[in-house]
Every structure is written in structure tokens, then in C-alpha cells.
Design a binder for this molecule. Sequence first.
Ligand code: UFG
Length: 325
Amino acid sequence: MNFLVVGGAGYIGSHMVKQLRRAGHELVVADNFSTGYRSALMGATLVELDIADAQALDRLFAAHAFDAVFHFASFIQVGESVSEPAKYYQNNLAATLTLLQAMIRADVKRFIFSSTAAVYGDPVYVPIDEDHPKAAINPYGRSKWMVEQMLEDFDRAYGLKSVCLRYFNAAGADPDGELGERHEPETHLLPLILQAASGRRESITIYGRDYDTPDGTCIRDYVHVSDLVAAHALAVDYLLDDGESTAFNLGNGQGFSVQQVIDTARRVTGKEIRVSEAPRRAGDPPRLVADPTRAQAILGWRAQFASLEQIVRHAWAWEQKHPWQ
Ligand code: UFG
């Protein structure tokens, strides 16, 4: 097959590119390097463009006969989306519309979309299944939900088939140690903990110890990046098999608290990890845990690296390498 991977130089996109190439597919990466890294491409074919550029997209689609498009290119910081909503609606929503319009002009009708558990907002029940009410509480989550709704309309009107994959907390790194998480600035819990373990950072700050959870810290469902991209590969097979447009939660169905992640990191790294405490971060729900039954039943998705230890071990190997220094 021949695929377009938009945002293939980013954290999850680069793992996808590696897995698709290993499976023998042809692909082109489109990236504007606003947050991605050239080194993450490992020799994959690259077209440097911004998906807001309709003409560049038309040239790209004219030059290749893509069977499907994977779309990983979006801004992901919840806090920033509150202070700079226009940036999020411009890139995550408007530029995605431009990409979809170019696909329709080129008659490319299969789309795998990186969505998020943030579409659900504050959960009214956990574990969260796909039918849980959608009530995003920040512009980031709203931008993703708006795209999901747009995709439903585009299927009805233009026959564009899509799978929306709602990630819970992506974590971990390529088991071969070639790729990993690298955000500037880093805001995610596990890489920050591991930077504290390696000495790149003084300490890790726990945002809130007064949640209604067993140890008072927030609970999240951490899912290995390799398992996430494996689900994308299954999702594209599903569409190639004439599957209907749909959405799946991607998580392990098991929650770990911030304190448990720190304890696991202490065990895995053997390092003392200094902790400081701060008040709650705005907009953090106490508990986000996926019900992944649907992805398991329909896609046959099974996590290979479901244990938190394994996730931390791979992320730690990557942190110790920190090849960017
Ligand atoms: N946390 C800390 N200290 C830190 C960083 C995070 O205590 O320095 C806590 C947060 O308060 C939260 C948990 O660790 O309880 C996880 O935080 P992350 O920032 O790693 O991840 P989030 O759950 O906030 O966000 C993730 C994705 C978002 C997505 C969201 C909801 O990164 O893109 O899940 O699906 F919107």
C-alpha cells in the first residue's frame, strides 16, 4: 500500500512511519517541522509542507496515488489551547479541513485521525467507552471533536471513510531505542519524571494531592506508543476492508496515579527522583481510564506492552540516550 503520513516527524507519527515501513508499505511523510524532528524520519521520503497550503497539497496528491492518509499533525498542549485558542482552531481544525478538501479533490477516501480522550471532558463514568458524552472542556479537545463531527458529515456527503482514534495517555518509546518522546517544552508526566531521574531536571512537580483518588493524585491510562501505532495499522486495514467510519478508544483500561508512575520510575531506574508539590493544574480531570473493548472486538487490537513497567523501561532507555544532546 501507499500511504501519506502527515506529521510523521512527531512523537507518535515517527513510530507509525517506522512500523509501516517495516511492514513493507510505501509512504510519504508530510511535515512542516513546527514540532517534529528530521532525525525521527530515519530516511523516509519527506515532503516539507504545511497542510494549510492547499496548492502544495494538490501537488502532493497529484504526484502519488495514496490509498489512505494518517493525520498526526496537531498541537497538543491543553493549557496553551486555553490561552491561544486561535492557534488550535487554525491548525487542528482549519488546516485539517484544507487537508480533507485536498483529499476529496484527489479522490483519496480513507483517513485515520489522531483524536483524544479530551473529547469526553470531565468523565461522568469510568471506564470511558466511545458512547460516553462528548463535552470537551478546552479548545484542544473541542478542536478534535469538531474534526470528528466534520468527518461524519464528509462521509455522508463525499463518501470519505475515517477512523478516529481517541488516545488516552500516549507514553513509552520504540522498543529498539531508535525513537522516543521529544517535546519542546516537555509537559507530559513520564518524560518529566525521567528527566528528574537522569538529572536533567531538579525534580518532578505533582499537580495536586487532594483529588478523590486512593492516594490523592490523578489517575491516567498510559498506553505504549508502539501499541498505539499498531492500532492505526489495524484501523487502516479495517477501512481497506470497506469498514464503516467509526471511532475507537485507545487505552489499556487500567489507571495509574501520578504517584504510582513516580514509584514505578524509581523502581525501573533505580534513581532517587525528587518530588515537589503544587496545586492542581487547571482542567485536569481526576480519573481518565479507557474502555478499549471496541478496538479489541472490531480491530482485534491487543496491547503488546500493557505493563506500566515496560512503558517506563522503554522511555527510560530513550531518556538515557537523549540523542539530541
Ligand atoms: N502531571 C504532574 N506533573 C507534571 C505533569 C503532569 O503531576 O509535571 C500530572 C497531570 O496533572 C496529570 C497527569 O500527570 O494528572 C498526566 O499529565 P500529562 O500532561 O502527561 O497528560 P494529560 O493527561 O494532561 O494529557 C494527555 C495528553 C493530552 C490530552 C489529555 C486528555 O497529553 O494531549 O491526555 O486525553 F488532551
